[in-house]
Design a protein around this ligand. Structure first.
Ligand SMILES: Cc1cc2nc3c(=O)[nH]c(=O)nc-3n(C[C@H](O)[C@H](O)[C@H](O)COP(=O)(O)OP(=O)(O)OC[C@H]3O[C@@H](n4cnc5c(N)ncnc54)[C@H](O)[C@@H]3O)c2cc1C
Length: 457
């Protein structure tokens, strides 16, 4: 009998930690897990899930408007923020319960406490001071929103941690940031009726995404009445009797009831005892791991956002699963971080997989671009001035599809399926040979015959 309390102790009950704990326990390991806030982690409690529910809520205003073009007369509508938040909270509590029960059913022992490392095998549980000895430790503590600590008045802003619990819907909102969380929340607030501004220090929103998507999203956000200010940043935040004023470097004074910062996230490694255990960190604070998610300390592993590889829920889950199978299930594998399909729940939505045009051109020196920018059928009657963008990038020599980028209704749903095709190495000829589904927007993907551009480096 080993002198360890557990074979595996997991710190963090989010996407990656919960999956790893359950799978390891299923393989027969004695597993404990500590969570300092709520089981389910960022995704379930204050990330993907509540956000998507709020995106749904925010879309109705346009649906009501669009209905008129189809003969509907929709009566006066009103929106009740408190009801939405209550309903969302009930759903999150239900999901949290499922996470807890699933862990318990798998035989995992749950500890509702913050846990910190003391050495390569010891975890200190802060609630009751207990010390746990484990043969292996998995760190899955996720990440936390960045705030600008040097910004005068920065204490008045909120982040995604607070946004899901505001007492009221703010009438005027400013979102600072240009990443996916920033554009998603700008869309949510605008859809719910708030006067919304997005301010971003970079040249264009959604750095790292295909340039056409970025530009078209910017235009579509403006059509929805969102003020999008790129190339500017707050220099101070002033609290007044009337709310907040965000002063910008370019000299604007932007008035708001709430200012939300979505300027990136940093790994949750501060105060975790990693130095004591000798775990190596990158300058970003991320835990450095190898392909097997193992740190430089052989008994300590890390998965998910804390490793800052690809910070998405399905990736954290895959990494946790691979770790548990490899170490406890006798089945060696690791998560593949290439060709990950992903969605941005902006309005309109984005779905993207594979290389951007710039990346494709840099890597292959030649790329054929098939692009369609069109008014979807629904808006012929709704009258809404909103266009859909579809882009297929092809390597001319091999005919291989290198990337697909979509902006428009259900782009996230579409790209899940396209991800399978691209992983299988689909060529443009495969796309062409696939019968169209008519009438859909997606049929554009298989009916674009001639490249709109033939780019050569
Ligand atoms: C607003 C928002 C929207 C998002 N939307 C999407 C999306 O649409 N799609 C998508 O794929 N991803 C999305 N993400 C990202 C996704 O939430 C993360 O990639 C994912 O949750 C990472 O999982 P994880 O296991 O690494 O960490 P987390 O899920 O963050 O879990 C870490 C857990 O560890 C706990 N913890 C931290 N320190 C300790 C400690 N010392 N002791 C005990 N417990 C501790 C935390 O309380 C937390 O519950 C979103 C994130 C945010 C913030």
């Amino acid at each position: 009998m080993s002198d360890f309390d557990f074979d595996l102790f997991v710190i963090g009950g989010g996407s990656g930690g919960v999956r790893a704990a359950r799978i390891a326990a299923t393989h027969g390991a004695r597993v404990g897990i500590a969570e300092e806030y709520r089981y389910g982690g960022t995704c379930v409690i204050r990330g993907c899930v509540p956000k998507k529910l709020m995106v749904y809520a925010s879309r109705f205003s346009e649906e009501f408007e669009d209905a008129a073009g189809f003969g509907w007369q929709v009566g006066e509508s009103s929106f009740d923020w408190e009801r939405l938040i209550d309903a969302k909270d009930r759903e999150i509590a239900r999901l949290e319960g499922i996470y807890r029960r699933n862990l318990e059913r798998s035989g995992v022992e749950l500890f509702d406490t913050r846990a910190v490392l003391e050495d390569a095998h010891t975890v200190h549980l802060l609630t009751d001071g207990r010390r746990i000895r484990a043969e292996r430790i998995l760190i899955a503590v996720g990440a936390t929103p960045n705030v600008d600590a040097t910004l005068p008045g920065g204490e008045h802003v909120i982040t995604s941690n607070e946004v899901f619990h505001l007492a009221d819907l703010p009438k005027r909102v400013i979102v600072a940031g240009g990443g996916y969380i920033a554009v998603e929340f700008a869309g949510i607030f605008a859809g719910l009726g708030a006067e919304t501004t997005l301010i971003y220090r970079g040249e264009e929103v959604l750095r790292g995404f295909d340039d056409d998507l970025r530009q078209v999203l910017h235009e579509e956000m403006e059509k929805k009445g969102i003020r999008v200010l790129c190339g500017d940043v707050f220099s101070s935040i002033e609290k007044t009797e009337d709310g907040l004023i965000g002063h910008t470097r370019k000299g604007e004074a932007l008035h708001a009831d709430k200012i939300m910062f979505a300027i990136g996230r940093r790994p949750n490694t501060a105060g975790l005892g990693l130095e004591a255990a000798g775990v190596e960190l990158a300058s970003s604070g991320a835990i450095i791991v190898d392909e097997a998610s193992q740190t430089n300390v052989p008994s300590i592993y890390a998965v998910g956002d804390v490793t800052d590889r690809v910070n998405l829920t399905p990736v954290a889950i895959r990494e946790g699963h691979a770790f548990a199978d490899s170490v406890y299930g006798g089945k060696q594998w690791s998560a593949d971080h290439s060709m990950i399909p992903t969605a941005v729940f902006s309005q309109p939505e984005i779905g993207t997989v594979g290389l951007t045009q710039a990346e494709a051109l840099e890597k292959y020196g030649a790329v054929d671009v098939y692009k369609a920018h069109f008014r979807p059928m629904k808006h012929t009657l709704s009258g809404r001035d909103e266009k859909m963008l579809m882009k297929v990038l092809v390597e001319p020599e091999s005919d291989k599809v290198l990337g697909v980028h979509i902006l428009g209704h259900d782009a996230g749903e579409l790209v899940q399926v396209l991800g399978i095709a691209l992983r299988m190495g689909a060529t443009k000829a495969d796309f062409d040979a696939t019968m169209a589904v008519h009438p859909t927007a997606a049929e554009e993907l298989v009916t674009m015959r001639e490249p709109t551009e033939r780019l050569r480096a």
